[in-house]
Design a protein. Structure first.
Lengths: 116, 112
């Protein structure tokens, strides 16, 4: 079965550079979530989108922005990168069923961002 | 969103049944309980989800008492490959999307 695709899988950047992470949800999934997981930490919710609109916001820094496109893929844009941004970034998708709480989130393999 | 509390770590031996209990005292009426498994450097993987009583699938069972203030994930006959972090998640669609707030998961180590 098709899964969530994230690219790139690994990314190395210098401080103050920018980075763009991409997420391609499972076909027919229209809700996308972004999570950040620092070394030895638990995943932290950043932001989510439904039908190309931001639907919820978590602990996403102002230096980060994200959007969802007409084909439902999403991009997380990160500017003025800091050492502390080094982490695994996961994207998850779920099928929207009228906001029913049983929507299961399916996670991608993640993008490992290293900021030097 | 309900906060969950799980044991930080557990050890077990191959072939044993493992039960991981999660407390969610503030769970709301429309909240569901979902468990994920995560291996190092991989995305969390859905295991099982339930609302009340007992749910069983091909990999696990989930027991939820009537008051729903706790739940127990049961993994039958674990193997070395079940060594992972297990997260208990409770959330609801208060804002239109089912947002997960990850707490500190349970680090299960299966020994030979």
């Amino acid at each position: 079965a098709a899964g969530v695709i994230q690219s790139p899988r690994h990314l190395i950047k210098e401080k103050r550079e920018t980075a763009t992470l991409k997420c391609y949800p499972i076909p027919r999934h229209d809700t996308v979530y972004w999570y950040q997981q620092g070394p030895g930490q638990d995943p932290q919710f950043l932001i989510s989108f439904y039908e190309k609109m931001q639907s919820d916001k978590g602990s996403i820094p102002d230096r980060f922005s994200a959007q969802q496109f007409s084909d439902y893929h999403s991009e997380l844009n990160m500017s003025s990168l800091e050492l502390g941004d080094s982490a695994l970034y996961f994207c998850a998708s779920s099928p929207r069923r009228g906001g029913i709480a049983t929507d299961t989130q399916y996670f991608g393999p993640g993008t490992r961002l290293t900021v030097l | 969103l309900a906060k969950t509390t799980q044991p930080i770590s557990m050890d077990s031996y191959e072939g044993q049944e493992v039960n991981i209990t999660c407390s969610h005292n503030n769970i709301a009426t429309n909240d569901y309980i979902t468990w994920y498994q995560q291996f190092p450097s991989q995305g969390p993987r859905f295991i099982i989800q339930g609302y009340k009583t007992k749910v069983t699938n091909e990999v696990a069972s989930l027991f939820i008492p009537a008051d729903r203030k706790s739940s127990t994930l049961s993994l039958p006959r674990v193997s070395l490959s079940d060594t992972a972090v297990y997260y208990c998640l409770v959330g609801s669609t208060t804002s239109g999307t089912y947002k997960y707030i990850f707490g500190t998961g349970t680090r299960l180590k299966v020994l030979a």
